[in-house]
Ligand binder design. Sequence first.
Ligand SMILES: Nc1ncnc2c1ncn2[C@@H]1O[C@H](COP(=O)(O)OP(=O)(O)O)[C@@H](O)[C@H]1O
Ligand SMILES: [Mg+2]
Length: 274
Amino acid sequence: MAAVRDASAVMAAPAQIVVDGVSHLYRPPRGRAVLALERVSLEVQNREFIALLGPSGCGKSTLLYLIGGFLPAETGAIRVDGNPVAGPGPDRGIVFQHFALFPWKTVRGNILYGLERQGMPREEREKRALDFIELVGLSGFEDSFPSQLSGGMRQRCAIARTLAFDPKILLMDEPFGALDAQTRGLMQSELLRIWQRTPKTVIFVTHDVQEAVYLADRVAVMSARPGRIKTIVDTKFDKTDPHVHKAKAFVEKVDELWDLVKDEALKAQGVRAP
Ligand SMILES: Nc1ncnc2c1ncn2[C@@H]1O[C@H](COP(=O)(O)OP(=O)(O)O)[C@@H](O)[C@H]1O
Ligand SMILES: [Mg+2]
């Protein structure tokens, strides 16, 4: 009986991230206002890995910035662990689409920066920085400056910096978009390894269908602007299987999502779907 009660308690647990009827209108000082999001609702469970997939300009980054607290939610509500989001906080770490490293700081310096601001004692933060440099495979490059690193290494440094302060929630905006295919593949498995070792809730923005299906437990497909959640598809696969990309069920899932996204991409370009 106790087990049954426990199961129902788990089912009833409120989502960690609740996006409730959120719209977002950009009002640039010059030019037309842009409705980027329209009544978006989304619930993300604790420790879930969800991908946001949609054509360019559909509001993926906007939604991530709203959850991160970098933009205020003017219409609708966003709650994290039951509390309305009022700004950025240490519970949410964001990895931006374009590497946001300090060019005048080394790899170590970039990672230490956030830990210093958190008030972590010196010895502890030095050790922590080195641990995360090792985790993302940058050992030996501690004293390199961003300009001395490849794009992939810079992005790994940005990821290490965000992971080092141990946010419960990782918000990642096309973090591998600028990488070559091989580095991207390596980074994807690296990210999954990190997610399994240090369980976190991840919202991962991408326009790459295969990447979304591979990484996420669920994929939320967004419609062309104004962005809405068009549908949510379950995409749980065995990520430890090195041949998962070739599995029939995986390939079918990628095709299914491709069709959903293609319609929206055509709409975004003003072409009507056949
Ligand atoms: N600061 C801004 N001012 C005006 N319009 C913006 C601003 N930022 C984004 N937009 C517009 O809002 C829409 C959604 O943008 P964005 O969230 O960046 O989309 P995505 O990340 O899916 O490519 C786009 O049409 C974009 O041009
Ligand atoms: Mg974007």
